[in-house]
Design a binder for this molecule. Sequence first.
Ligand SMILES: C[S@@+](CC[C@H](N)C(=O)[O-])C[C@H]1O[C@@H](n2cnc3c(N)ncnc32)[C@H](O)[C@@H]1O
Length: 412
Amino acid sequence: MKKYRFEYFASCPYGLEELLSQEIMALGAKSTQVVRGGVQFESFHEIALKIILHTRLASRVFKYLYQFECLHEKDYYLEATEIKWKSLMAVNQTFRIHTIFGDLPFEREDFRNSQFATLKLKDAIVDYFRHFEGERPSIDKDFPEVVFLARIERGTDKPYKVTLMYDLCGDALNQRGYRISKTEAPVKENVVAGILKLTKWNPSEEGLLDAMCGSGTFPIEAALIAGDIPVSYLRVERHLSGRGHKMWTFLNYPWFNEDKFLVENFNKSVEEVVQMTTAGLEKLKNMKNKIEGSDLSEAVLLSTRDNIRKARLEGIVEIKRKDALETTPNAPKTLFICNPPYGERLEHGEDEKLRALYKGLGDHWKHNFKGHRAAIFTGNLEMLKVVGLKTSKKHMLYNGDIDCRVAEYQLY
Ligand SMILES: C[S@@+](CC[C@H](N)C(=O)[O-])C[C@H]1O[C@@H](n2cnc3c(N)ncnc32)[C@H](O)[C@@H]1O
C-alpha cells in the first residue's frame, strides 16, 4: 500500500485545468500535473491550505492518503480494513464517502455501481472501529465532519486501483456564499472566474458589462478580481464568527489539528484574507472602469441585488434593468460579456426567439460597440453561428455536464 505525503488534487470544471495549474503554481506549489478535470500538485501543507483560501478556479481540493490495488470487491473490503482509520478520524466523528470511477476493466462487474463500492468501504471503516475501539462512527450525508473520496480505476498488477483521499473542503469552493437568492440557470462561480481569466479581462484597462446578468455572477466575480479580494472572504467571515458548521472539513481532521505549526499558519492566512478584503473593498471605491450588470427581468434583478448586497459590493457593481440590445459601452474600452439563455427547453417558437436574440447581439455589437470586445458563454453551439461575427478566439469549457464554448469577438 502506497502512502502519500505532500500530494494534493484540485478539481475544476473541464477546460480550466491549465489556468488552475498556473494559479496553483503562483500560490506557491512546488510542482503541478494537469489531468482531465483537475490538477495534481505537490506542496507544503500550509501552501495547500492557502490555495484553498485563494483559488478562484478550483471546485475542491483533496489530499491523497493511500493507494492500493485489489482483485474484486471482497478484496477491496479486506485491503481497506488494513488502513489505520483512527489516524484519519475519531470514532465520535461523522463521515461520508464519495466514490468515483475512472477507466474500469469493462469485462468485470465486481463494482456494480458507486453506491455499492461506497457501502463496501463504509463497512471496512465501521468494522475497523468496532474491532479496535468497540464502537462505530456514524454516517452524516448532510454535514459530515470527515469526507473521503475513493477513486476506483483499472489497476496495473490487479484489476482495480483504488486511490483514497481526504476532501479538504466539504462544501464546494465555488459556493462562495453570496448567491443567497436563486435565479434560473446560474453559472458556477468558478466557471465565471475562469471565463474572465480566459478572456484576459483586465480591470485597469477595460470596463465590464454583463447585459444578461441573472444572479450577478459575472459582475461579482469581476469585482472580486479587480479588488484582488480572495473569494473565500465570506466563508472566512463565517469561520471567524463561529456560526454554523465548520467552513472547511479539514478543520475537523487529526491531520490538521495535531500539527500546531499548520494551525498557526492557517490562522495567519485567515487574517491575511481579512486584510486583503478590507483593502480590496477600499480599492474598488476608486476604480476607474465600471463593472455593470443588467437584465431584462425585474424579478431576476431583485435576486441580483440581494446577491450583490451579500457580496458587500453595493455601490461598486452597478445594476440596471435594460434590454441587452439597448446597452451602450460603459468605459473607453468595455468587455461586453454575456451568458444568454441556451434554450434548454425548446418550446414552440423558442428556437426563433433565440435566433433573434443571438443575431441581435451580433448586429448590436457591430453598430454600437466598435473598438470594444465581446464574449458569449453558451451551451448552444448552433446559436453561436447565428451571431454572424468572426470570433477572435474560442475556448471549450464545461458548465456542469454541458459542453459549452466561450466565443470572443474583437469588434472593429
Ligand atoms: C442564462 S441566464 C444568465 C445567468 C447568469 N450568467 C448567472 O450566472 O446567473 C440568462 C439571463 O438573460 C436574461 N435575458 C434574456 N433575454 C434578455 C434580453 N434581451 N436582455 C437582457 N436580458 C435578457 C434572462 O432574464 C436571464 O436572467
